[in-house]
Ligand binder design. Sequence first.
Ligand SMILES: *[C@@H]1O[C@H](CO)[C@@H](O)[C@H](O)[C@H]1NC(C)=O
Ligand SMILES: *[C@@H]1O[C@H](CO)[C@@H](O)[C@H](O)[C@H]1NC(C)=O
Length: 587
Amino acid sequence: MGSLLKSTLFLISFLLVATSVEPFLFNLLPFFKPPLALPLLQPPAKAEKGIRTTVENQNGGGSWELIKENSGVSAMHLVILRNNKAVFFDASVTGPSLLPLPKGQCRVDTRTKKEDCWAHGVEMDLNTYDMRPLKVITDTWCSSGAFDEDGNLVQAGGWNDGGNAVRILSPCDNCNWNENPKGLAVQRWYSSQQVLPDGRFIIIGGRRQMNYEFLPPPGQSNKVTYDLPLLQQTTDDVENNLYPFVHLLPDGNLFVFANNRSILLDPRTNKVVKEFPILNGGSRNYPASGLSALLPIDLNRQGRKGRPINVEVLICGGAPHNAAKLAAAKNRVFLGALRSCGRITVTKPNPTWRVEVMPTPRVMGDILLLPNAEVLILNGARRGSAGWYWGAEPNLEPVLYRPRGPRNERFVTLTPATIPRMYHSSSAVLPDTSILVAGSNPIPTYNITLGPGNPYPTEVRLEKFYPPYMNSNNDVLRPTIISESAPADVKYGQTFTLDFTSRTGMMTGEIDLMVTMYTPPFTTHAVSMNQRLLILKMKGWEYLSGSTYRVAVSAPPSPELAPAGYYMVFVVSHGVPSHSVWIKVHK
Ligand SMILES: *[C@@H]1O[C@H](CO)[C@@H](O)[C@H](O)[C@H]1NC(C)=O
Ligand SMILES: *[C@@H]1O[C@H](CO)[C@@H](O)[C@H](O)[C@H]1NC(C)=O
């Protein structure tokens, strides 16, 4: 094994020199073959590199493209940085990845004291797909993250030596992790992190932690934790309340959902100010791993002065309380995942859950807010639970949820994928409005070979999913932002304008225009932390010349609605979004 590793490294360093133009183009390496398709589990393979497969007449449409055969590292955690790079990483505990660290930059594992020359994190340029290995010392396995005002990824927790760690990764061409192994007061593994209106970060829960704390300033160590009885009350024999769902509301309170219960927590006073009714049907948090999103907030619909802006939370899928227990049992029973969703107006005085049903059951999926204010649900399985080996029957069908559609007509099934994305998969909205789909590794090591005993191999292939608004029949409707017209930054409440071109639509007299603003979330384990989308208050629009228009909107009024930081801003015409521009919102 040692000598095989050595000769592999030698071959790789040789190839690096030989192909110095694109040093990490591992697609060329003959020994990194993607796993073969298993006909029983997958529809006929449509994914073919460089070929975009479109099935426009099937259900709601959408299409898939395989963009990289080998991303080197399986994307357990995924974020998009404001310099148009995707960063993904998994854990050092999974052993050698498929991407070596640059020569002379091996890490020493603090637990085993062994040298480890494999990358566990990667940065990928979204335009060229070039990759740069990232070096991280402490174990990021099942950690959390959020962005600060300057677009730095601030990331915490993990396993073993990573449990107390706070790590910062800045968006630049050669930045690497800056790690503080003693940042947190206690070890946090499977906890959730949220950026607050004052710029602090709260980190909630984690295995055997029925409490929360605030991240210390860079380089410092926190000492204080706050008990959260909700976590004590909702843990069960398989701990179905890990990675709690956390959403920041316009009044500065946090909606916290664990297992089947939820509360409002005021992070300024550390008081629980409200408890919501139980959501029936099963467990929704890890390892039952359902999905949760704060639905798009429309700032055109806000109440009169003093009236709160109504916001809604959607929670979908998950698993019965005992799904993990039965999947782990000797005879391995994979219970069906949940199909139900609960939707609740969290800002109302006495709200209740309104239940809707998804077209298919789903556990371990992803939920993303799309630039046109619709919701996309994808990835995951139809049976079982999160956990190594505990999932079965991949759910290959993405579904679109239209929050404003008539009840019972809100879900649309889209073109199915061909690659199962099970436990430890992820996805992200990209600046070009497509979706990066990555990861899946339900085994404790890297094994990309499909076979008996390995039905869901380590997945290192990267795909793009093109939602229906990218179907070619929508090309004519798509506005294009003139990037130079966009301000680099705006203050809260400030009116700003964007110039854009449009081939059609605006001249017909029928105006269907909005400007949306999206926080890139930190996605892992079916949770997209800090994800929010605002429909900005429209001030007006005018025709300039040729096919060029100008739209004026107001920046969000407060950091409770939009914590300071970098947002992707889209112009949406007739439901079809432009590519984004990055705009910083600040005080
Ligand atoms: C809520 O979850 C707990 C723990 O899994 C479970 O025992 C209880 O029956 C659930 N309650 C309802 C109403 O589903
Ligand atoms: C990877 O999985 C295949 C298919 O089950 C199996 O034959 C092989 O032994 C596995 N490799 C390792 C290193 O475990």
